[in-house]
Design a protein around this ligand. Structure first.
Ligand SMILES: C[S@@+](CC[C@H](N)C(=O)[O-])C[C@H]1O[C@@H](n2cnc3c(N)ncnc32)[C@H](O)[C@@H]1O
Length: 257
């Protein structure tokens, strides 16, 4: 961790700046410590994760080992290949050389191969299993990225930090979607385009509720309501598209300057 990186961080619970001592991030006002293990700092303990966040982080911990392969096989049969499927929404991102790019819920890192590599990637996720696979993939693919474990509802970054902020695939079932959207806006620089993608009800009923790995977790399909009304009306260029053959929605908007 270098000084520039330290400058981007804050305590997600108190918003205090952090200090680095012997590889440990410390909040000097209350002494709370955040540790690095497996190549990422963690800003949340297992016992602090409750409700849906607990339910789905445990699902993703279980399926992390197969997530990338299962997606690739699914995308191959349904859309021809993974790039074709993902580019339907990734093409919305505006990534210039040198940009700081944050993926909220980075999962196993599978979007990064399709993005501009002359930028700086940052990713957060709640699931230790998914982060472990992200570390493995990104090392294998030689894509540098700074990874953190935290909840999307409490990001450990300073205000107005990132040039690009996006989220794909988890928000429908977050404990607090509204706060997660506020956090994405908070950490984005003014003028940044923010993208939020997740499954539609069609995806839940036709895929997740039929898949033996996931069906027990997706009984209540009412939760898959497109969270457009949670985007503050002060945002600019708010738009929603349905992509991937009706299986995903893609919301984009811009933080005003
Ligand atoms: C379907 S995966 C998507 C991963 C990746 N974005 C992709 O496109 O392949 C959803 C991810 O959301 C993460 N997640 C679920 N709830 C979360 C929360 N409250 N905060 C942060 N990440 C969360 C899961 O651990 C999982 O990695």
């Amino acid at each position: 961790m270098n000084d520039e990186m330290l400058d981007l961080l804050q305590d997600p619970y108190t918003q205090d700046r952090l200090e680095l001592r012997n590889g440990i991030l410390i909040n000097p006002s209350n002494g709370r410590q955040y540790f690095c293990a497996n190549e990422y700092y963690s800003f949340v303990n297992d016992e602090e994760i409750i409700g849906n966040n607990k339910k789905y982080s445990s699902l993703y911990d279980k399926i992390a080992w197969i997530y990338n392969l299962a997606n690739r096989i699914y995308f191959f049969f349904k859309f021809g290949n993974e790039y074709k499927a993902r580019s339907e929404y990734l093409k919305e991102l505006e990534i210039n050389n040198g940009d700081k790019v944050l993926e909220v819920s980075i999962g196993t890192g599978d979007n990064l191969p399709y993005l501009n590599h002359n930028s700086y990637f940052y990713g957060i996720d709640i699931s230790k299993g998914m982060l472990k696979m992200a570390v493995k993939h990104l090392n294998k693919w030689k894509i540098p990225a700074y990874l953190f474990r935290c909840q999307a509802e409490k990001l450990p970054f300073q205000d107005n930090t990132f040039d690009v902020v996006f989220h794909i695939g988890g928000i429908n079932y977050f404990n607090d979607k509204q706060n997660a959207i506020y956090e994405m806006i908070r950490v984005a620089k003014p003028g940044t385009k923010i993208m939020i993608v997740d499954e539609t009800e069609k995806c839940i009923s036709e895929i997740y509720q039929k898949n033996p790995f996931s069906k027990a977790y997706y009984q209540d399909k009412n939760e898959a309501i497109i969270p457009l009304e949670l985007v503050p009306s002060t945002m600019e260029d708010i738009s929603v598209n349905i992509v991937n053959d009706g299986l995903f929605y893609c919301i984009t908007f811009r933080k005003p300057i």
